[in-house]
Write a protein that binds this ligand. Structure first.
Ligand code: FAD
Length: 502
């Protein structure tokens, strides 16, 4: 069946990202795109920290970065600082980019370990530009250097999610997307195929479509309520099931740091996301070990200022929809699954879902193989991210609460056990196919949480130390040079993308 009408149900971050990206398709092929959203229902209202592929998403749409950042009160992000995870009082940065670069065809941390074994005391962190810049609160974009021999700066954004959806709405409507306000109250399935043929709105109007994108949030209006696709529950690995979100002003007047903070507490963790005009805060917790009231009090006691809104309490079940694409419905965003925002992966999963959909979609009709491939790749992506998140909880020596006792001793997926065992043996990290997190990410979190490399591989062992010591010196020097010449993050924002006063 040819696809001439695409209906997106939901106008949160997922809905408007999908609309914006698909509106580029409709330029070349005559596809009508309708987006339905309900102001009365509203959006989830959180989701402010992103990861670097978001930069490419905006570039792909031809969005002006300065304009987008000013419109969304955005700041730059170079990584995530984790405090109290491996143990109380300890912290580390999981940076974007890579530690050093491959020398002799092997991952840099292998070479670093060899140098260390020979007495080089420099920490791994001095070989990562993003870590050093974050440490000094500095920032500059790669394009600003105007030199080819320096390492690139890898960054993402902290954004006001509501403003980002509004920004993309403007973009999409200019490109022909039709927005319909109102609630979907019913779904009609085709008697023969079981495909969704139309949705009915609360004013009685029906909206017909050939392909439906379910961006209706946790409720999964089409993918679950209409098609009963099923959900795989991952709470045995990631037991947190609640969150309370609460923005505040930075009352000490400090500039926004160029990184997200993730601070572990007794039954979960707290995020601090610095925007230009305020901080986003939230506490993710496990209801089996902590009450809503306690979670709220811990959050308020650990914010940089007084709350600026009423607390937004959220409930969720970590896991994923058994199929993200079922019949003629593709679920994106929270309707497709949810993993806590520990590594800011939800908006990324929307982004990669859209990329996959656009790559695989043929407007003349979709085959079963295309759908199956979409589902297989989506499943794999979710599972790899899940393992990475589980690592943060399991690799700990914390024993100060029943929650930490549970996560420290729980059974973890075999795929994660394999990763940890390989690293402990001789520091090997295999990036499986095109999994999201690279060797630096795995090494940063494993070492940051106290998993030591047991040694290095035979290639690093056979390398001639004087040959690569010069390269290490040069790497460290160029990173230091670059950071010394960067403005502070606050100054950079003020010049590059100042937002209007909120
Ligand atoms: P929603 O925002 O819930 O949007 C659903 C839309 O569907 C709304 O427009 C609603 O009106 C519409 N709708 C629903 N039912 C109907 C109906 N019957 N009729 C018409 N319209 C309807 N992600 C990150 O990447 N980084 C983060 O830092 C981050 N932090 C998070 C913190 C928490 C506590 C939670 C819960 C999530 C976080 N996320 C984060 C995830 C992120 O918020 C979501 O991925 C993102 O906002 C997308 O949400 P959505 O568009 O799928 O759903």
């Amino acid at each position: 069946m040819a696809i001439e009408r695409i209906v997106i149900v939901g106008g949160g971050t997922a809905g408007w990202m999908a609309a914006a990206a698909l509106s580029r398709l409709s330029d070349s092929r005559k596809v009508a795109i309708t987006l339905i959203e309900s102001e009365q229902i509203g959006t989830v209202g959180v989701g402010e920290a992103t990861i670097p592929p978001m930069v490419e998403f905006n570039q792909l749409l031809g969005i002006d970065e300065r304009e987008m950042m000013a419109a969304t009160q955005a700041t730059f992000k170079l990584g995530i600082q984790f405090a109290n995870w491996g143990n109380l009082g300890e912290s580390y940065l999981h940076p974007f980019g890579t530690y050093g670069y491959h020398i002799g065809g092997i991952a840099f941390h292998q070479v670093w370990h060899r140098a260390r074994a020979e007495g080089d005391r420099r920490p791994l962190q001095v070989f990562n530009l993003e870590t050093v810049a974050a440490h000094f609160g500095r920032f500059s974009r790669t394009q600003d250097y105007q030199r080819d021999d320096l390492p690139p700066m890898n960054y993402a954004y902290h954004i006001d999610a509501t403003r980002y959806a509004a920004f993309l709405r403007g973009y999409s409507e200019k490109r022909g997307v039709v927005r319909r306000e109102g609630k979907v109250v019913d779904t009609t399935l085709d008697g023969e195929t079981g495909y969704v043929s139309s949705v009915t709105m609360d004013d009685g109007a029906t909206v017909e479509g050939d392909l439906f994108i379910d961006c209706s949030g946790f409720r999964g209006l089409l993918i679950e309520q209409a098609l009963e696709t099923g959900y795989e529950d991952w709470r045995q690995y990631l037991p947190c099931d609640r969150a309370v979100a609460l923005p505040c002003r930075r009352e000490d007047g400090s500039p926004p740091p160029p990184f997200t903070k993730a601070i572990a507490h007794t039954a979960g963790w707290q995020w601090q996301v610095p925007l230009q005009h305020r901080n986003g805060n939230g506490h993710v917790y496990c209801s089996e070990y902590m009450s809503d009231e306690e979670a709220h009090d811990i959050l308020v006691a650990n914010m940089m200022g007084k709350p600026e809104a009423e607390p937004n309490f959220l409930r969720f079940v970590t896991g994923r929809r058994k199929k993200s694409w079922n019949r003629n419905v593709v679920a994106l965003g929270l309707s497709s699954g949810f993993m806590e925002p520990l590594e800011s992966t939800s908006i990324h999963l929307i982004n990669s879902g859209i990329n996959r959909l656009i790559a695989i979609l043929s407007l003349d009709g979709v085959t079963q193989t295309q759908q199956d491939t979409f589902n297989r790749l989506t499943d794999k992506e979710y599972r790899r991210i899940r393992d990475f998140l589980v690592l943060h909880y399991n690799a700990t020596t914390r024993d100060d609460s029943p929650f930490w006792d549970y996560v420290r001793t729980m059974d973890v997926p075999d795929t994660l056990t394999e990763k940890i065992e390989l690293f402990k043996a001789n520091g090997q990290i295999f990036r499986e196919e095109d999994e999201l997190f690279n060797e630096t990410s795995w090494a940063a979190v494993m070492m940051g949480q106290g998993i030591a490399m047991g040694g290095h591989g035979p290639i690093a062992a056979s390398m001639d130390l004087p040959d690569f010591r010069g390269e290490l010196d040069e790497m460290e020097r160029s990173i230091r040079y670059l950071v010394n010449h960067m403005p502070t993050h606050g100054d950079y924002l003020a010049k590059y993308c100042p937002a209007k006063a909120a």
